[in-house]
Design a protein around this ligand. Structure first.
Ligand code: ADP
Ligand code: DP6
Ligand code: CO
Length: 325
């Protein structure tokens, strides 16, 4: 039987950067994000025999490196929950660049969580799917629910993501470099915790910012949401740059986008810039302004507009007698 699921990346408005527990993938702080309606990942899981290894094909290529190990460790958790020792064949296609700071690990592990849970016959609540996706990649926790979501800090049971009320928003993605980063998020996070003197201040300040962001979302205060978003992104990058040896994800072209966005604001077009762990910049704006923001950023990189995305969901479940669509 083959189960196929789709999930979208999410871009953090308040970032997750640091684990309190690496084994359980528990974050040091809460975080808040907006799901995208562009760049879906589609993943199929087919159970094979009891023998051998899992197989993983990503974007048409057989994977045999650390990314396969990561998928196998994730499937081990699913097998444990299901009481199964069946191996699986995973076939995934990202439309988002992989490893470029546009959240491929989020859409990737959210889609895998939904597809694998179905293939192994688990009937999980949205909350438990979010907890499961967390074990693959922290940011994947927030790609299970749709819309704007909060990922709660807490213990294994309490650390999941759910949709929160928020005003209508859009994002304009400016892709400056679609190649994979030299240092992946996981390793960069570890180094930041171990060596950046700014890390404790990052944790205390972000804990406050999560509450401020949730209040701004509930109040529908777009200006406050934007100000907090840009500030929190720059604080995260400053904290990462404080690591030793230093890690710098933003390049001169990324900074040029931040400057262009500040110039838009000075001109009365309200937009705010953010960036995850990579050089690509994502600009938050009101839905009615997205075309104007996109055209103002033309020439800074490949520009794509996005609305607020749907929850991760099952597309097909073949061989079980069920078909959700
Ligand atoms: P990103 O900024 O794209 O999230 P990360 O460094 O966090 O970059 O994660 C990249 C890693 O996520 C890849 O090397 C791979 O291990 C994993 N990944 C990406 N896409 C998928 C996918 N569709 N299915 C499974 N794992 C994936
Ligand atoms: C900068 O979720 O990719 O995008 O949990 O180790 O897989 P792992 O890391 P990952 O880190 C995302 C960091 C970020 C901020 C965010 O998405 O909140
Ligand atoms: Co990631």
């Amino acid at each position: 039987m083959t189960s196929t699921a789709v999930a979208h990346p999410n871009i953090a408005l308040v970032k997750y950067w640091g684990k309190a527990d690496a084994d359980l993938a528990l974050p040091a702080t809460g975080s808040v994000s907006m799901g995208l309606d562009v760049f879906p990942t589609t993943t199929s899981v087919t159970l094979t025999g009891q023998q051998g290894h899992d197989a993983f094909t990503l974007n048409g290529r057989v994977v045999d490196d650390g990314a396969l190990v990561r998928v196998e460790r994730f499937l081990d958790l699913v097998r444990e929950l299901a009481g199964s020792d069946a191996r699986a064949e995973v076939v995934s296609d990202n439309t988002v660049p992989t490893g470029a700071g546009l959240a491929s690990s989020a859409s990737g592990f959210a889609a895998l969580a939904v597809a694998a849970a179905d293939a192994y016959g688990l009937d999980l609540s949205a909350r438990d799917l979010s907890r499961l996706a967390r074990r693959g990649s922290g940011s994947a926790t927030r790609s299970i629910p749709g819309g704007v979501s909060v990922w709660h800090a807490g213990d294994d049971q309490a650390s999941f993501a759910e949709t929160v009320p928020a005003p209508p928003m859009a994002m304009v993605v400016v892709t400056i470099d679609d190649g994979p980063k030299e240092i992946g998020s996981r390793e960069a996070m570890r180094r930041t915790i171990a060596t950046s003197p700014f890390y404790p201040a990052w944790v205390t300040s972000t804990t406050v910012t999560v509450d401020d962001m949730l209040a701004a979302c509930a109040a529908g205060d777009f200006t406050r949401i934007g100000e907090l978003t840009e500030s929190n992104a720059l604080r995260m990058h400053a904290t990462i740059e404080g690591a030793f040896p230093p890690i710098r994800y933003l390049n001169s072209r990324s900074v040029a986008v931040f400057d262009a966005v500040a110039a838009m604001r000075a001109d009365g077009l309200e937009a705010y810039a953010t960036a995850d762990a990579g050089p690509n910049v994502v600009v938050l704006c009101r839905p009615e302004d997205r075309a104007r923001v996109a055209s103002a950023l033309d020439g800074y990189g490949a520009v794509i507009e996005s609305g607020t995305g749907p929850a991760a969901h099952l597309l097909r479940s073949e061989g079980s007698g069920e078909n959700p669509e």
